[in-house]
Design a protein around this ligand. Structure first.
Ligand code: G4P
Length: 528
């Protein structure tokens, strides 16, 4: 096998999605630990000790005076080269979180066993489904009281609309958590709590072994035998094709904190998850193993440091090999160029890299030439990858400049920041109002926007929060949009490209609009 093919085949690029606090950081850290990328679990964790988890980059970067929410961490595990994409949760949840999923080939969904499917998981899951990528479920915190595992699976199936296939099955939970039964190998991996951060002892025992009673107790054994019978009889057979098309999610139970079930999960996940997938450019399939280099921009991170106007642009490599100093074509700018200071995050450190392959993510310094979705490829090959959709903002505010003399800078600033994809801007087409409505996915984006307007464009803005929470693109309207029957608190707005959209204060109003306007079609994502 050629070196290029070997390198690409061993790559796995995935995102971990979850609601805040489900255990994404803890699981990521355990993966890094197995890969030998960090020495001790807990050594980089522990908000209490004022240290930060390796994937909590934003704060660290802020303290250094530059704000770069890194997009990816690379590490080696056995023969695999793994790229984990971070999907920032908490208050820095933003459109970037969604866009990051565009760069992934699969996703790991972490669910808190006591809570089940939560709001942010739902939102991120929708984006994964749109892309038909494989989704693996890790049901975490089994060392705590959990919901019934059958109920959890039912909730995933019903709420998210994906079939599930439990790869292992938990025996008890909380203080009574005894381990998991591996449905393929037909043995039990038993769990012994040891109060701590370190790896628990795992013992393998056959389901029908006489030792089992002693290990998990008669009652647990009886429940397990019943559960296993039920599962074997009722659940669908494992179907790899359905997994790879994102229709069936393999489910694993475990506890990231106590390191139970993490390595078996990682191993099975790496076997089942695909290496870099082909991407599409105007209907043409771009094969990752093609010798010609190609990549697309999925994220742009502006620098909050006033002294440095540079931005960092993140590229997902889709085919071939990247070499430092190679000449590439920026298709949308129609310019040949060399990517400057290409860097990659290797576990904890940012490194200038000399080469990277399809599946990898690189960050390059950008003087302001790239936009989200742009294609970069070997000169001589010219194509454009399919664009990244625009995601629905959930917070809206009306903004204007404090000082009327600053109108020009205000327009320039809002337009440029919107072009970068850091905010979305809208105007009200039939109102005669000149003000701008800003929409964001995460509220922190408002602050970043205000900060940048002041520091980069020298404009103070006045922001007035609006009560809207939902936005839909009008894909089809039976009448001119201004003639639609809408509730009094629904507003018609227009984006950059003059597309019409409706903003609503509640889901009820969306249903109302659809009911009152026969033939009206609304979309939650939008592709130019
Ligand atoms: P996130 O990135 O998804 O937001 O979650 P994170 O890993 O930070 O975990 C959130 C909290 O849940 C942390 O506790 C973490 O220790 C705990 N946790 C994660 N996995 C497990 C698990 O398998 N079992 C149990 N019992 N707890 C788990 P914290 O107190 O908020 O933070 P810390 O003080 O421990 O850092």
């Amino acid at each position: 096998m050629k070196q290029l093919e070997q390198e690409i085949k061993r790559r796995r690029t995935f995102a971990i999605i979850s609601h805040p606090d489900a255990g994404k950081t803890t699981l990521t850290e355990k993966f890094l630990l197995y890969g030998g990328a960090i020495a001790l679990a807990g050594s980089v964790k522990g908000k209490k000790t004022a240290k930060h988890a390796v994937s909590d980059w934003m704060e660290i970067e802020k303290q250094r005076g530059i704000s770069v929410t890194s997009s990816v961490m690379q590490f080696q595990y056995k023969n695999y080269c793994i790229n984990i994409l971070d999907t920032p949760g908490h208050q820095d949840f933003s459109e970037d979180t969604y866009r990051t999923l565009m760069a992934a080939d699969s996703a790991v969904m972490v669910i808190d066993a006591s809570k089940g499917v939560e709001n942010q998981t739902r939102k991120l899951f929708k984006v994964c489904v749109m892309r038909h990528i494989p989704i693996f479920t890790f049901i975490n915190k089994m060392d705590r009281e959990s919901r019934n595992p059958f109920d959890l699976l039912e909730q995933i199936e019903q709420e998210l609309g994906i079939q599930t296939y439990p790869v292992n099955w938990p025996i008890g939970c909380g203080k009574e958590f005894k381990g998991v039964f591996d449905r393929e190998k037909r043995h039990i991996l038993s769990f012994e709590a040891n109060n701590g951060q370190h790896e628990v002892k795992a013992t393998e025992v056959d389901l029908h072994s006489p030792e089992l009673d002693g290990l998990i107790g008669t009652e647990n054994r009886n429940t397990l035998l019943e559960d296993v019978e039920l599962l074997d009889g009722a659940s669908d057979a494992f179907d790899l094709k359905a997994v790879q098309e994102g229709r069936l999610s393999p489910v694993f139970f475990g506890s990231a904190l106590t390191n139970f079930g993490v390595e078996p999960f990682l191993e099975r996940f790496l076997e089942l998850t695909p290496p870099p997938l082909p991407r599409y450019a105007g209907g043409q399939e771009i094969d990752p193993y093609d010798e010609n280099f190609s990549a697309f921009v999925f994220k742009i991170q502006a620098n909050m440091n006033k002294a440095h106007r540079d931005r960092i642009t993140f590229l997902r490599i889709c085919s071939g090999k990247f070499e430092r100093d190679m000449e590439v074509l920026h298709v949308q700018g129609n310019k040949k160029m060399r990517l400057s200071q290409p860097q990659q995050i290797m576990a904890q450190e940012r490194e200038i890299i000399n080469e990277a392959y399809a599946g990898d993510i690189i960050g390059v310094f950008d003087p302001g030439i790239f936009s989200i979705g742009d294609t970069v490829c070997s000169p001589g090959k010219r194509f454009e990858f399919e664009g990244i959709p625009t995601f629905a903002p959930e917070h809206f505010a009306r903004i204007r400049h404090k000082d009327t003399m600053k109108r020009k800078q205000f327009v320039k600033g809002t337009t440029q920041i919107a072009q970068e994809g850091a905010i979305q801007i809208f105007h009200e087409p039939f109102s005669g109002m000149e003000e701008v409505i800003v929409g964001v996915v995460g509220v922190l984006q408002f602050e970043v926007f205000e900060h940048r307007m002041k520091n980069e464009y020298n404009v103070d803005i006045i922001r007035e929060g609006l009560p809207y929470q939902y936005i839909r693109w009008v894909s089809k309207s039976p009448v001119p949009v201004q003639e639609l029957h809408l509730s009094s608190d629904t507003k018609i707005v227009q984006d950059f490209h003059d597309n019409y959209l409706l903003i609503f204060t509640s889901e009820w109003n969306i249903r109302w609009a659809l009911e009152k306007n026969d033939g009206l079609e609304l979309a939650e994502f939008h592709k130019e």
